[in-house]
Each structure stands twice: as C-alpha cells, then as structure tokens.
Design a protein around this ligand. Sequence first.
Ligand SMILES: NC(=O)c1ccc[n+]([C@@H]2O[C@H](COP(=O)([O-])OP(=O)(O)OC[C@H]3O[C@@H](n4cnc5c(N)ncnc54)[C@H](O)[C@@H]3O)[C@@H](O)[C@H]2O)c1
Length: 335
Amino acid sequence: MINIGILGLGRIGRIHLENLSTRIEGVRVLAAMNPSEEGRKFAQKFNVPLITSNADDVINHPDIDAVLICTSTNVHADYLIKVARAGKAIFCEKPLDLSLQKVRETLSVVKQSGVPLMLAFNQRLDPNFQEVKQALLKGRIGKLRSIHIISRDPGPPPIPYIKASGGLFLDMTIHDFDMARYLVGDEVKEVFARGHNLVDPEIGKAGDIDSAYVMLTFNNDVTVVIENCRHASYGYDQRLEVFGSEGMMKAENPLKTTNWVMDKEGVHLSRNLDFFIDRYAESYRLEMKVFIESLEQKIPMPITGEDGLSAMLIALAANISVKENRVVKIEELLG
Ligand SMILES: NC(=O)c1ccc[n+]([C@@H]2O[C@H](COP(=O)([O-])OP(=O)(O)OC[C@H]3O[C@@H](n4cnc5c(N)ncnc54)[C@H](O)[C@@H]3O)[C@@H](O)[C@H]2O)c1
C-alpha cells in the first residue's frame, strides 16, 4: 500500500484525490492540505484521515511515501524542495515554476535527494494521443515528417489568472510543447512564434497574448506546427495530425454524445466536450495509475522534471520569438 499526501485541493487536486480514493488500487490518501476551507471540505467526502491547512503536516508525516503538489504554480518549487528534502516521492503539476533559474535549482535539489519525480503532462496518457504514439513507434505512418497540433480553450480564464500564469506559452502551450517532444522523440532546435490579441483586449493589457501560432523545428528536421487560442465558440478543441512517408493519422475531438441529427440543413453531430476536466478525465486517472505503479515497481518515472524543463525552454524561446520577431535557437537559452 502506497500512502499519499496532497498539497492543494483546487480544480486539479480534487481530481487526483477522487481518482486515488475511488479508481486506483493499492493506494490510500493519508493527508490533504489546502489553505481554504472549501478545499478541505472536499477532502472530508473521501474520509482523508488528516485534513490540514499546514503543508508541513503532510510533508513531514512519517507514514507518507509520496506527495502530490497541486497548488497554484507560484509555490510548486518551494514545495518540491521541501518534499524532496523530506525524502518522499513527488508528483508535481505543471509548470514546475515560471523562473528558469529556479527550475534548474529545484531540479538539482530533487536530483541530490534521489527521490522520484513525475511531472503532470497528463496529455501523454490520453488514450487517443497514446494510440498515435504507439502507431509512430510501430512505424505505421512510416518516417515522420510533420505534426499539426490544435489546442483551443472554450474561453479565457479570469484576468488575475492570466497575470499570474506566466503567459500563454508557459501556461497553455506547454502541454503542446511536451506533446510535440513526446511524439517526435527528439529535441527542438529552433522556434518561431507569432502571438496576437484576437479574443480580449484586456488580456493584452495584462501583458499576454490570447492567440498563437508556433513552428518548432526538431534536430531531426521534423516540423511541428501548433495553433492555440483562448476561445473557441464550439467548446474545447484538442486535435492533432501526424504525417509520415507511409501515411497520415489524426486524433479528433471526442464529442459529448455519439448522437447525430439529420435535417434539411444537413447532418449535425454533438458538441465537443467542455474543457480539460471532462476531455482529459481518463488521462488524469491513467497518470495516477502510472505514478503509483512506478512507485510500486521502483521503476523510473515516465515523465520527468527534465521533461518539464525542456518544455519550459521551448516556451521561453517562443516568448522571445514573438517579442523579437525572429527564429530563436534553443541553444541561446542553454548558456
Ligand atoms: N495538468 C493539467 O491538465 C492541469 C490542469 C489545471 C491546472 N493545472 C496546474 O495545477 C495547478 C493548480 O491549478 P488549479 O487549476 O487546480 O488551480 P486552483 O486555483 O483551482 O487551485 C489551487 C489550489 O492551491 C491552493 N493554494 C494556493 N496557495 C497555496 C499554498 N501556498 N500552499 C498550498 N496550497 C495553496 C489554493 O487554495 C487552491 O485550492 C497549477 O499549477 C496549474 O498550472 C494542471
């Protein structure tokens, strides 16, 4: 039995708590921490033995093997260091932090502590995207030439969230950067990005963009084009297409229902799913399963802190590219 503690019971912390408590074998949540009453109340539903507002109660709990860091991003790095020094395994939500220097320092402490760390790039575990990855590994589409990723949110988050998010590339596109690296199986060498405010001028006033187009060139010359927008009138839009020497494969949006209507206007399908909570529900369950199995079997984590750092470097390069209107080499950031 693996004993878990959770820090942060907002949207994502609650998903993990519920999955661990009801859908994953061989694990129990022994403690959960959240500053506000609302998050703590949620933990009561799952009979968590210790519910607290003090993170140290969780981090230093003698029976806890692993800690999930699901708090707001600004405190991820501090908790990563504390949990690593307490000798416990870590599952951390993305991004690791918004400062490159802090991420490097934090990963170095985690490495020195020797504790396992899994980063929450849950989209790798999505069954549709996983089937694409397996097809690529089996050579079903031949030699990979290019990938097109489309990721559009149903609507923008509140302005205070935008201000603290680190910007579109670090907050939203980071998942797509990781997906690109995962599917290509190589590292990015160059980034060219364009960003605009087409959704809400308030997002521009807050210093961020809401629509972006990014071109990644990998060391093996595969090109990945990513399109992002903070608003899609038809719901959450998460698709991708891989193109190779022997064919093409597409992952389309799962719809709310399988029903369709035919009338004099044409054939109408159901709407897209609403947002990440329903679209990626299965991937959140699977990432907890994989985390627990990796701990049980004492095998390396499938998604690492270094994966988080690599995706962050691409995001920072995209920021520079938009600002300076030029192609940015990743090696510029490696100094
Ligand atoms: N992997 C994904 O698909 C995904 C989806 C959503 C959010 N996230 C990430 O998860 C993290 C949390 O996002 P969310 O949407 O759940 O946010 P949220 O605002 O709903 O929840 C954050 C929680 O952290 C708590 N908190 C704030 N400061 C804290 C502190 N100092 N110590 C402990 N807890 C603190 C808040 O009370 C809140 O309950 C963010 O880093 C976000 O980027 C990842």
